[in-house]
Design a protein around this ligand. Structure first.
Ligand code: ATR
Length: 264
């Protein structure tokens, strides 16, 4: 029985086991996908287990997407460019490779909404685990500019080492934008609110939240009330998982209404 894992801290909330085990069953694979909360000190031993073939693949979530990198043998170009790994596999030639499927997840999720990002001005809120992948995907989809704002400005400035063309604004400032992406953790708890004043931003913008549970964060509610298009992170989550599934099992899993409902 091949064993797969998602690691993070915290990890209890993760819906990856539910989704992967669903696809494993649908495809009659002999595998099981589990979750494990761990600490930085555990990463080295965990990767050894992949090398010894006790674990066949790992998904990595916050806060280890960058921290895992020194333990791996190779990175794909996307993982290298973002310094962010969310999927690990042992290749046939015995190398442990880190992939980043969040980029593809976000890209496919945006394509799915039919929103055309070409030439758009995008404001990104937050500089945590998923922000580098979102920014990479935005440039890939040829936005005209990315403006970044994070409560702790130094963390936004660190991302300028990867993407020197991003502009940074102070937390609380809202420059003009076509699309705004919330990558902060604010909204995971139902009553949480970003301390930003959206009242003057106008209509016909696109509010995107990486969070999908709750389905409609206060950020999305506000965007909708003000007459804007909104979308949560559910499809991004599904698409990133689908790409990881393909990497591990070489099977493109089905994304249908049943899958989408599974995560409600
Ligand atoms: P990590 O930082 O460990 O990668 P994350 O959940 O990926 O974790 O990132 C959390 C993001 O949410 C950060 O950008 C964080 O801002 P700080 O860098 O200032 O901590 C942001 N965040 C969390 N709580 C916030 C709040 N109350 N207001 C604004 N931003 C917040």
């Amino acid at each position: 029985m091949n064993k797969y894992l998602v690691i993070g801290n915290p990890i209890d909330h993760s819906l990856s086991p539910k989704l992967h085990n669903y696809w494993i069953k649908k495809n009659n694979l002999k595998a099981v996908y589990d979750k494990k909360e761990l600490n930085s000190d555990d990463l080295k031993d965990l990767i050894e287990k992949v090398r010894e073939k006790n674990i066949s693949g790992i998904n990595v979530t916050v806060p280890f997407k960058k921290e895992i990198i020194p333990h791996l043998d190779r990175l794909t170009l996307d993982a290298e460019a973002t310094q962010s790994v969310n999927t690990i596999i042992l290749t046939n030639d015995g190398k442990i490779v880190g992939h980043n499927t969040d980029i593809n997840g976000f890209e496919n999720a945006i394509k799915d909404t039919k929103y055309n990002l070409l030439g758009k001005k995008v404001l990104v809120l937050g500089s945590g685990g998923v922000a580098p992948s979102i920014i990479f995907a935005l440039y890939k989809m040829k936005v005209s500019s990315v403006i970044l704002s994070n409560r702790t400005k130094s963390k936004a400035e660190n991302l300028q080492n990867l993407y020197n063309k991003i502009k940074i604004v102070d937390w609380g400032e809202l420059p003009e934008f076509d699309m705004i992406v919330n990558t902060t953790s604010v909204g995971l708890k139902k009553d949480e609110n970003l301390d930003l004043d959206f009242s003057k931003i106008g209509k016909n913008k696109f509010f995107y939240d990486v969070i999908y549970n709750p389905r409609e964060t206060n950020f999305l509610k506000k965007g909708k009330d003000l007459g804007n298009k909104i979308e949560n992170g559910k499809k991004m989550f599904i698409f990133q998982a689908a790409k990881a599934f393909k990497i591990w099992h070489d099977i493109q899993p089905n994304i249908d209404d049943e899958v989408i409902k599974l995560l409600d």
